[in-house]
Write a protein that binds this ligand. Structure first.
Ligand code: IPM
Ligand code: MN
Length: 357
């Protein structure tokens, strides 16, 4: 993507505190776009629990097709206290991941200066790795069913789907990413080959095959349970991790708390070929009890905006936002916890804008 083109960003604030944090992401995005001479358009989309409760619609086909015309989506949060769990997650978040074939879930795990980690004796130089999570297969495909539902003989099946194409494209992207990141040049496959002897055997063989194309990248393997232990004991060991969808979901919450919590952690749902929009989101969730209080931390949403820029071909602007975030966490914020930041949500956005200059 060239910088002469107009970057079209769809903003889906979503539920709870989602719109508030997304607004700070947009504020910083617009500020850095002005400084870097990036031409852009943004448009807000009313999607989420409130619309669903009002109209019964989650993602009407016309909206999906309109979203498809954008380069990227900035998402606030999905999850409404009055909507049963699973409806919005599957109908909106997972639907967009699948329909737009966002097959990479990119989760940088970086402890910013001034941010507290629960790991004793570890600092920013120890906690700096990236998880590349496959984002379109595994238990997330919704393949399964019930037999004799509601009877004492009930059977429930939930099938994990793994394909050669699906794991190969993710693994190859992870190798490329590790090369571009250019740090330890080490890629760790996280799976469970000792138990999942079919699905994860496919991952293991594919990882070995693709590795031959990357002789400059050191390869490594952890079972997922051991990875949880190592991540707490020796996080500095990791550079890039590539893993399956379900395990990636779990280990990135563990990783998220190591980097200071869900107010800081951001994720990207990426369609690397730009055949459909990629989507960037803070990991914090909708935090309904904080809605409208100005207490919620927008750092993750701002960091999601930085990732949006970076992945859309505006690496310099993305890096500029990341530097500004670290100035603010390192020199201004008292804490990353909601209500304890020393500033309100909007003030944090303003401080990051100020630090861009
Ligand atoms: C995440 C979230 C989602 C997931 C939920 C909300 C469906 O936990 O992005 O990690 O499981 O992928
Ligand atoms: Mn998750």
């Amino acid at each position: 993507m060239s910088s002469s083109k107009t970057l079209k960003v769809a903003v889906v604030g979503g539920d709870g505190t989602g719109p508030e944090v997304a607004a700070e992401g947009v504020k910083v995005f617009k500020a850095v776009a002005a400084l870097e001479g990036i031409s852009y358009q943004t448009k807000d989309f009313d999607l989420g629990g409130d619309r669903y409760l009002r109209t019964g619609e989650i993602l009407p086909p016309g909206v999906l097709e309109e979203l498809r015309t954008f380069d990227a989506i900035l998402l606030g949060a999905v999850g409404h206290p009055d909507v049963a769990p699973g409806i919005l997650e599957k109908g909106l978040l997972l639907e967009l991941r699948f329909k737009f074939d966002q097959y990479i879930n990119l989760r940088p795990v970086k402890l910013f200066p001034g941010v507290e980690t629960p790991l004793a004796g570890k600092g920013p130089k120890d906690i700096d790795f990236v998880v590349v999570r496959e984002n379109t297969e595994d238990l997330y495909c919704g393949v399964g069913g019930f037999l004799k539902k509601g009877t004492p003989d009930e059977v429930a099946l939930q099938t994990a789907v793994f394909t050669r194409k699906g794991c190969e494209r993710c693994i190859r992207w992870a190798f490329d990413f590790t090369r571009r990141r250019n740090q330890k040049k080490q890629l760790t496959l996280v799976a469970k080959t000792n138990v999942l002897t079919y699905g994860h055997d496919l991952w293991w063989r594919t990882f070995q095959d693709v590795a031959r194309e990357y002789p400059d990248i050191k390869t490594d393997y952890n079972h997922v349970d051991a990875c949880c232990m190592w991540m707490v004991k020796n996080p500095e060991f990791y550079d890039v991790i590539v893993t399956t969808n379900m395990f990636g979901d779990i280990i990135t919450d563990l990783a998220g708390i190591l980097q200071g919590g869900m107010g800081v952690a951001a994720g990207g749902n990426i369609n690397p070929e730009h055949k459909a929009p990629s989507m960037f989101e803070p990991m914090g969730g909708s935090a309904p009890k904080y809605t409208g209080t100005g207490k919620i931390n927008p750092i993750a949403a701002i960091s999601a905006a930085a990732m949006l820029l970076d992945q859309s071909g505006f690496e310099q602007a993305g890096a500029r936002v990341m530097r500004a975030i670290q100035t603010v966490t390192g020199t201004k914020m008292k804490s990353q916890a909601a209500g304890k930041m020393g500033y309100n949500t909007q003030e944090i956005g303003d401080l990051v804008v100020e630090a861009l200059k």
